[in-house]
Design a protein around this ligand. Structure first.
Ligand code: IFM
Length: 452
């Protein structure tokens, strides 16, 4: 049985973060407000009324954080660029100070041999664009391409590959359908234009990047879907959920069409927002890589509310859980990757795991160390599953763990710690956890194997 010690020689190691979750400095150097600045000010929106105003103060401490990455031995660092730092109102000319921050970050990374892998949109839309409809408005896709052009022109001499969007499914569902994330809208199925406009934005941005010779990746949150039983109603519900979670963003990109949304009573043109030529543009965006963010499978049963969605989520039992309560199923990663290969065949580009990790209720021990064995077990299990998928023929090129640092976990505030590095949010003291040493040693052993 293949395991993490059998990963291919060219396999790349990384860690991920996102701008609003780590940077802080929300009012500095001309940054405009984002939808998260507005959402976090809403009473009750975020646990303990916390915000990303300071977060990990990465904006001021990135030199220290790059040193932590260097000592970890990373090949790549996935971070996101805050659109409101580049275009404070989401349109118009660039803010030089905002660009300057990412310029320095990229240089610092390259100076220690780490490849920068920026994500252009990780949920922090400029608030001014939200006031024009956010991703419900088609125009936002065009603004996104304009912003991409600005950033690619500035950093493109040193950044060869870009992730356009992070988890467009989660942004649509949590942000626009359920109101759990910014911008806090509760539109349910009327949120579907957000899917199409994000895909259109991705395609227009991909054009900009390809024109400049760059590689284009999208990072999707994907989850193997398990029917609660083999009863026809549970199977049909699972298929309907799979369409929404796993196919809505990958089918148009890889097959040139939306999946069948009839279980939701939605027409193939997503209620009229798909215009002639859009799907061709999206399919032509030519993904050079697919980013997969995997955390856990989803178990689905027949709907309980006849007038509601065509599925209900059922509990996965008999497995360990993270501090967040998410089920820990490492083999779900192998299942997901093999399933993607079987579904998309030759249309599937090489995969990079752009996020995988878990929250642990870790805290400093009396001797100052931070033991987090559940995270080590989680990472080891998932990397073994990844190696098994590669042994089954899936082309996976790298693994970026979520996350480098404990950070602002959206609606959960700072209550969920995902980092390899512990952050004391009162003092900003960084302390590498046991998992940091474990990951460092794993990378070093792989590197010895690849160079020796
Ligand atoms: O923190 C998030 C990240 O921003 C997107 N993917 C999932 C992570 C853990 O919830």
């Amino acid at each position: 049985m293949a395991n993490r010690r059998d990963l291919p020689v060219a396999f790349r190691w990384g860690a991920s973060t996102a701008a609003y979750q780590v940077e802080g400095a929300v009012d500095e150097d001309g940054r405009g407000p984002s939808i998260w600045d507005v959402f976090t000010a809403r009473p009750g929106a975020v646990r303990d009324s916390r915000t990303g105003e300071i977060a990990c103060d990465h904006y001021h401490r990135h030199t220290e954080d790059v040193a932590l990455m260097r000592d970890l031995g990373l090949d790549g660092y996935r971070f996101s660029i805050a659109w409101p730092r580049i275009q404070p109102t989401g349109a118009g000319s660039a803010n030089p100070a905002g660009l300057g921050f990412y310029d320095r970050l990229v240089d610092d990374l390259l100076a220690v041999g780490i490849s920068p892998l920026p994500t252009l949109f990780h949920w922090d839309l400029p608030q001014a664009l939200e006031e024009g409809g956010g991703w419900l408005a088609r125009d936002t896709a065009y603004r996104f391409a304009e912003y991409t052009e600005i950033v690619a022109d500035r950093l493109g001499d040193r950044v060869p590959a870009w992730i356009t969007l992070n988890e467009p499914f989660v942004h649509m569902v949590y942000g626009y359908a359920l109101g759990i994330h910014a911008p806090g809208r509760t539109l349910m199925l009327d949120a579907l234009p957000v899917a199409h406009h994000q895909l259109l934005g991705h395609a227009l941005a991909a054009e900009v990047l390809h024109e400049r010779g760059h590689a284009v990746v999208i990072a999707n949150n994907l989850s193997p879907v398990w029917p609660a039983s083999d009863a026809a109603a549970d199977m049909a519900a699972a298929a309907a959920y799979d369409v929404l979670h796993n196919r809505l963003f990958t089918d148009p990109l890889l097959l040139g069409r939306y999946p069948d949304l009839s279980a939701y009573g939605v027409s193939p043109d997503l209620g009229g927002c798909v215009r002639p030529g859009d799907l061709e543009l999206i399919a032509a965006s030519g993904l050079d890589g697919l980013g997969v963010n995997y955390y856990n499978p989803t178990r689905i049963a027949a709907p309980t509310d006849p007038g509601g969605l065509p599925f209900t989520e059922a509990e996965i039992t008999g497995v360990p859980r993270t501090a967040f309560g998410w089920p820990v199923v490492p083999d779900g990663l192998r299942e997901l990757l093999v399933g993607l290969r079987d579904r998309y065949g030759d249309a599937l580009p090489p995969i990079t795991i752009t996020e995988n990790g878990c929250s642990v209720a870790d805290r400093p021990a009396p001797d100052g160390t931070i033991p987090d064995q559940p995270r080590i077990d989680y990472l080891a299990g998932h990397l073994d599953a990844l190696a098994a998928a590669i042994a089954e023929g899936v082309d996976v090129r790298g693994y970026f763990t979520w996350s480098l640092l404990d950070n602002f976990e959206w609606a959960e505030g700072f209550s969920q710690r995902f980092g390899l590095v512990h952050v004391d949010f009162a003092t900003q003291l960084r302390t590498p956890k046991a998992s940091y040493a474990w990951y460092r040693d794993l990378i070093a052993a792989h590197r010895a194997h690849r160079t020796g």
